[in-house]
Design a protein around this ligand. Structure first.
Ligand code: BGC
Length: 461
């Protein structure tokens, strides 16, 4: 593994579909999300209206993103995590390269570096070329090769300037929450996934893990000096009722599904047997070839990206997939969009990774919050968001404490610089430390922006 001695990274994170807009610009092909939002009005069940990422934060415009880079500089950030839109690079999913798409990201990297900001590139953050979706998407085993070819093109084009790549963002959230919900909405069913769908989704999950391992192998074989990892949505699971054996079992199974599956795969080269047995009950055809496991075992990730938002409380619930209910159990009086606010659990999680997974280099690749309009109050030339401010302060403190206590933490990325397109929730849920007026693209730094700037300044060096 290449070792890159580096300064601690302080940054913000984003994803192509959530910020870029320019959905048909310069030869870009359609992605599944272009189709979900424009053709299937996917946001309607959650927010009652159609919203799309067609314009979003308009960062496909260089004039716009240069202004946003100015904000990053003002923040004191030295890194920026963003994702690549596959359909901008390969409009047909495979084969013909769309040079203007590649040029956009190449220039973005140059502009970031000129501003003293290190680019960290996510290869896949949920937007798949629609042509590949129509060939079965990630359920099709050929997707492993599609991804490998696409990754090679991006790494070849940007690798001279990008030190850290991330193969996939949040396998569990995309494959078990977003994709089944999207398919259910399109079919006119209730958005919630079923156990049978979870069983089916084991196959694309395995394809992601295998594809990630193969791209890691290709990356090192190409002689690249940097690091390649994955960004996992890690969610510490506790039983709703610690006295109940059924709730404790639900928490263990939930931990297997959301956390242990991929962690065990990339750092131990195994899949959790308890979980696989449950998935096979719902999908007896799901088996994992030993040859695939050998590839996975031989190619661990160089670093772990942790997307941490919240802890969860799990309970036995026959109506939830695999009998594990954890989506509607948040006991907090004021509810954060992504679950119970527990900074201590971030500390515990970082020490668990150190203890159980060999203390790999870790970046917090996402951490942030949204609570609702009451925490987004425009006041003069700023926006008061005291809850988000407090959330970010406490999570950074917990992360730095874990670092002091031996976790190999190398950076922190706040989600997100800008309010942006929040998937099924459209523009209704704001996570930015900079407010965006989507009608005018006006940016207004929030209280949390100023607080994060102070934290970066006092912890830099
Ligand atoms: C995802 C982001 C999303 C954020 C806030 C993460 O699950 O990676 O795309 O916007 O959470 O919900």
């Amino acid at each position: 593994m290449a070792t890159v001695a580096n300064k601690f990274l302080w940054g913000t994170a984003s994803a192509a579909y959530q910020v870029e807009g320019g959905w048909q610009a310069d030869g870009k092909g359609l992605s599944n999300w272009d189709v979900y939002t424009n053709r299937y009005r996917i946001t309607v069940p959650a927010i009652g209206k159609q919203e799309t990422g067609n314009v979003a934060c308009n960062t496909y415009s260089r004039d716009q993103y240069l202004r946003d880079l100015g904000l990053m500089r003002e923040l004191g950030a030295n890194a920026y995590r963003f994702s690549i839109s596959w359909s901008r690079i390969l409009p047909d999913g495979t084969g013909r390269v769309n040079e203007p798409g590649l040029a956009y990201y190449s220039r973005l990297c140059d502009d970031l570096i000129a501003a003293g900001i290190e680019p960290m590139v996510t290869l896949f953050h949920w937007d798949l070329p629609q042509v590949l979706q129509e060939k079965g998407g990630w359920s099709n085993r050929q997707s492993v090769q599609w991804f490998r070819d696409y990754a090679a093109i991006v790494i070849r084009a940007l690798g001279d300037r990008v030190d850290k790549f991330i193969t996939f963002n949040e396998p569990f959230i995309d494959l078990f929450l977003m994709e089944p919900s999207a398919q259910n909405i399109i079919a006119g069913r209730s958005p919630n996934a079923t156990s049978a769908q979870y069983g089916e989704q084991a196959t694309p999950m395995h394809h992601w893990i295998l594809a990630s391992a193969l791209v890691t192998e290709d990356f090192h074989k190409s002689g690249h000096h940097g690091m390649i990892g994955v960004a996992l949505p890690l969610v510490p699971m506790k039983p709703v009722n610690p006295e109940s054996a059924a709730d404790r079992a639900a928490a263990t199974l939930g931990d297997g599904l959301v956390n242990r599956w991929w962690l065990d795969a990339v750092f131990k080269g195994t899949y959790p047997a308890d979980l696989i047995a449950v998935l096979q009950k719902h999908n007896p055809a799901f088996t994992v070839p030993e040859a695939d496991m050998a590839v996975i075992r031989a190619n661990p990730s160089d670093f772990l990206g942790i997307n941490y938002y919240a802890q969860a409380y799990a309970r036995e619930d026959a109506l939830s997939p695999l009998g594990v209910g954890w989506m509607n159990t948040n006991p907090d009086e004021v509810k954060m969009f992504n679950g119970p606010v527990r900074p201590d659990e971030l500390y515990n999680l970082l020490l668990r990774i150190k203890r159980e997974y060999g203390n790999p280099p870790v970046f917090i690749t996402e951490n942030g919050a949204g609570f609702g309009d009451f925490d987004e109050v425009m006041q003069g030339d700023t926006v008061k968001d005291p809850l988000r401010t407090d959330y970010i302060r406490r999570h950074i403190a917990a992360a730095l404490k874990a670092r002091t206590d031996g976790a190999d933490l190398r950076g922190y990325f706040c989600w997100s610089l800008l309010d942006n397109f929040e998937w099924m929730q459209g523009y209704e849920r704001r996570f930015g430390i900079v407010h965006v007026d989507f009608a005018t693209q006006k940016r207004t730094p929030k209280q949390s922006f100023h607080a994060y700037r102070e934290m970066i300044a006092s912890n830099a060096g």
